[in-house]
Structures are given as structure tokens and as C-alpha cells.
Design a protein around this ligand. Structure first.
Ligand SMILES: NC(=O)c1ccc[n+]([C@@H]2O[C@H](COP(=O)([O-])OP(=O)(O)OC[C@H]3O[C@@H](n4cnc5c(N)ncnc54)[C@H](OP(=O)(O)O)[C@@H]3O)[C@@H](O)[C@H]2O)c1
Length: 257
């Protein structure tokens, strides 16, 4: 039986990874800040699928939280076969409307935690000659979309570069770039979603299904939906100035400050 560790496992895309991997018989290590929610989820997945689900409460915007997860990933007695770096959030506001402290928190969770956890996992996976890491980025990585898009561009570049360096080691790394997914993300960030057309919304379970299929195929980048694959094809050809105007407006309607 293999073990998967998922950060941000209590909601949205992370919870969908947890449901799917538990249904496939993987043991889980569930990571997020809300202990009560993690425990309820672990009990439900254990009861429904008969798997072992460990709870690891950690705030990935804090050194101690990142350190606790690194330690779990490096534990030789209980190896982790699949790491899903999924925890993330959006800030309420555009550039210069968000405090520097909040900007730095985003970099800590989206970049530093992803670097440190990927490295802890990949090192012990390389020693064992097998394992996988999915780093959840976003299609925002490919367009000018504030500091959020910039942090996700880092995730894509880091993951694809590391995947190349580890080719032949048995360790697979993949950046997952979904479009808009119905989760708690937008509500938590205080973002209105009424200007996002219905066809742009994806379902978290389908995103996870496509992502795991892409990982099995050995891809280092997954855009888990044909609509967004086509859209990203257009994005590659569109003038950057025009792109900036369209993409920085869609889905960035913030509620009262
Ligand atoms: N939804 C979208 O449209 C969309 C599109 C593209 C990419 N993404 C990316 O997908 C990932 C998951 O987002 P989601 O949409 O599923 O969001 P979500 O429903 O808001 O879930 C976020 C998860 O991350 C955890 N989390 C947040 N901050 C954390 C921290 N400091 N330390 C530990 N855990 C933390 C939350 O749990 P706690 O609050 O208990 O810690 C929760 O489990 C993110 O990286 C996001 O950027 C989302």
C-alpha cells in the first residue's frame, strides 16, 4: 500500500485529491491548519475506504509548519510515495492594494513551502528510486495576473526544471495548472465570481482525475481540461499587452475593502 501526503487537504482541489486517492486504496497524510476539519475528514475517509489517514496540522506560512511537514516527508520508517503540494490562496486586491506582509505570506506558502517540501520528498524518493510530486500551480502562471500569477509561474518553472534534473531517477514531478475551479478559494479571498462565464468553471474531481492520468503518462505539465488547453494555445499567440487587459480583469472583482 502506498502513502500520499496532500497539503491543503481539507477543501477544494486538495480534498478532491484525498477522496480520489483514498478510493484507490492509498494511505494518506492530510495537511492543513484546521485540526478539527482534518480529523473529521480523516475519520470519514478511513471509515469509507478502510485506509489509514494521518492528520498533520501545519501552517505552511510558518517555518515551524513547513519544518514539521519536511520531517514527515523525510521519515524513512513511513515513506511517502506521492506528495501533492496544493495549499494556496489568493489575496484580496491588486498590486499595491495588498500589504507587503500578505504578499510575503503568499510567497512563503506558494514558493518556499513548495520548494522545501518538494526537496524533502524528492530526496528520499530518489534514494528509493520511485515517487511522484504534483505541484498545484494555475493557468494564471501563463498570463500577466498580479503577484498570484507570478508565484504560480515560479511553481511551473521550478517543477519542470526539477523534473528534467531528476529524469531517469524514478521520481516524477508535475506542475498542475487548472483554470477556475469551484472551491472555497474565491470566497476566502473575498473575490466576486459573477464576471466569470459559466463555461470557464471546472469541477475539482475532474481536475484531479485528469491530473493523475497526466502524472501516470509522465507529463511534467498538466492543463487538465481541453477548454483551457485551447485557451492557452491562443494565449501563446496573443500580444501580451492585450492579454494583460483581459486576464487581469477576469475573476478579480474584489468585495468591499
Ligand atoms: N479554485 C481555483 O479556481 C484555482 C485555480 C487554479 C489554481 N488553484 C490553486 O489550487 C490550490 C488549491 O486551491 P483551492 O481552490 O482548492 O482552494 P480552497 O478550497 O480555498 O482550499 C485551500 C486549502 O489550502 C489550505 N491552506 C490555505 N492556507 C494554508 C496554510 N497557510 N497552511 C496550510 N494549509 C493552508 C486550506 O486549509 P486551512 O484553511 O485549514 O489551512 C485548504 O485546505 C491552490 O494552490 C490554488 O492557488 C485554484
Amino acid at each position: 500500500m502506498t502513502t500520499a501526503l496532500i497539503t491543503g487537504a481539507t477543501a477544494g482541489i486538495g480534498a478532491a485529491f484525498a477522496r480520489r486517492l483514498a478510493a484507490e486504496g492509498h494511505n494518506l497524510v492530510l495537511v492543513a491548519r484546521d485540526t478539527k476539519r482534518l480529523q473529521e475528514q480523516a475519520t470519514e475517509l478511513h471509515d469509507r475506504h478502510g485506509i489509514e489517514a494521518e492528520v498533520l496540522t501545519a501552517d505552511l506560512s510558518e517555518d515551524d509548519g513547513i519544518g514539521a511537514v519536511e520531517k514527515r516527508l523525510s521519515d524513512p520508517k513511513s515513506p511517502v510515495d506521492l506528495l501533492v503540494n496544493n495549499a494556496g490562496f489568493g489575496n484580496k486586491g491588486r498590486y499595491l492594494e495588498v500589504s507587503m506582509a500578505d504578499e510575503l505570506t503568499m510567497l512563503k506558502v506558494h514558493c518556499e513551502a513548495v520548494l522545501r517540501l518538494t526537496s524533502a520528498a524528492a530526496e528520499s524518493m530518489r534514494d528509493r528510486g520511485r515517487g511522484g510530486v504534483v505541484n498545484v500551480a494555475s493557468v494564471a502562471a501563463f498570463v500577466p495576473r498580479g503577484t498570484y500569477g507570478a508565484s504560480k509561474a515560479w511553481v511551473v518553472q521550478f517543477t519542470q526544471g526539477a523534473a528534467r534534473d531528476l529524469e531517469g531517477s524514478g521520481v516524477r514531478l508535475m506542475a498542475l495548472c487548472p483554470g477556475f475551479v469551484r472551491t472555497e478559494f474565491h470566497e476566502r479571498a473575498g473575490m466576486g465570481t459573477e464576471n466569470i462565464p459559466g463555461w470557464m468553471w471546472l469541477d475539482a474531481d475532474k481536475v484531479v482525475s485528469a491530473a493523475l492520468a497526466d502524472l501516470a503518462r509522465g507529463k511534467s505539465l498538466s492543463i487538465p481540461d481541453p477548454r483551457y488547453k485551447a485557451l492557452m494555445g491562443v494565449v501563446k499567440l496573443a500580444p501580451r499587452r492585450l492579454l494583460g487587459g483581459v486576464t487581469s480583469k477576469t475573476g478579480r472583482k474584489y468585495g468591499p475593502q
